[in-house]
Design a protein around this ligand. Structure first.
Ligand code: ADP
Ligand code: MG
Length: 229
């Protein structure tokens, strides 16, 4: 079953009185449970596409279905609710809250939703920190962590609310190569254990080989699609 379905998705950015075409009639589908990557050089449209899938922006035209919802038609409030319910995000620069500990950063999304009694929340947060190998370091703040440790915490934070889909825009761009592989393997392990679909982007040809399916963007067009062996 496909979790993401794009038909003739176009995105133009308006700059003054010119339109900058960032995506040019892109078609693809990503199935549930996939470990998929959008790859391509800087400026090829990766972030634009992830922002559309993540309901952070609307396509200019075309149809984009995520989890059976046409997200191009959602209002601002509906987009926010959809993100909260179904999506998790991992960022290139980790985006942890500097004054909060690892534990508090992972707990934070759960404080935003109803229905998490304190005890259940504590169990969930602790289990997620353990799953990403950060339980021993749960009281550290971001400035006391390495880049790899920060991204582990970010993976736990993205998954703590049990989203259908995690979107990660260049999650390894600020990590050295060995750490990048560890983070991708952690993401894949979490996909295997939880069934969460992961879609990430990278401009690094080596990192792209860790995906099970890749979509290559060139100048806003989908230039190739392939399964990795
Ligand atoms: P990538 O993530 O692959 O580097 P982007 O999606 O960021 O590519 O950018 C695709 C194209 O859209 C580029 O030409 C970029 O300059 C342009 N672009 C991206 N965001 C904006 C914006 N907010 N306003 C105007 N142009 C933008
Ligand atoms: Mg980008």
């Amino acid at each position: 079953m496909s979790l993401i379905e794009a038909k003739a998705v176009t995105k133009n950015y308006r700059m003054g009185d010119v339109d900058i075409p960032a995506l040019k009639s892109v078609d693809f589908s990503i199935s549930e449970g996939a470990f998929a990557a959008f790859v391509g050089p800087s400026g090829s449209g990766k972030s634009t596409l992830l922002n559309l899938i993540g309901c952070l922006d609307h396509p200019t035209s075309g149809e984009l279905r995520v989890h059976d919802t046409d997200v191009s038609k959602l209002s601002r409030a509906e987009s926010a609710a959809f993100r909260g319910e179904h999506l998790g995000f991992i960022f290139q620069d980790f985006n942890l809250v500097p004054v909060l500990t690892a534990y508090e950063n992972v707990e934070y999304p759960l404080l935003m939703v109803q229905g998490w009694p304190a005890e259940k929340r504590r169990e969930r947060v602790t289990a997620m920190l353990e799953a990403v190998g950060m339980k021993e370091q749960m009281h550290k703040r971001p400035d006391q962590m390495s880049g790899g440790q920060k991204q582990r915490v970010a993976v736990a934070r993205a998954l703590v609310g049990s989203p259908k889909l995690v979107l990660a825009d260049e999650p390894t761009a600020n990590l050295d190569h060995d750490t990048a592989y560890l983070i991708l393997n952690l993401m894949k392990k979490m996909r295997d254990e939880l069934g969460t679909t992961f879609v990430f982007s990278t401009h690094d040809p080596k990192i792209m080989q860790e995906a099970e399916i890749t979509f290559t963007l060139e100048d806003g067009k989908l230039a190739a699609q392939g399964a990795q062996s």
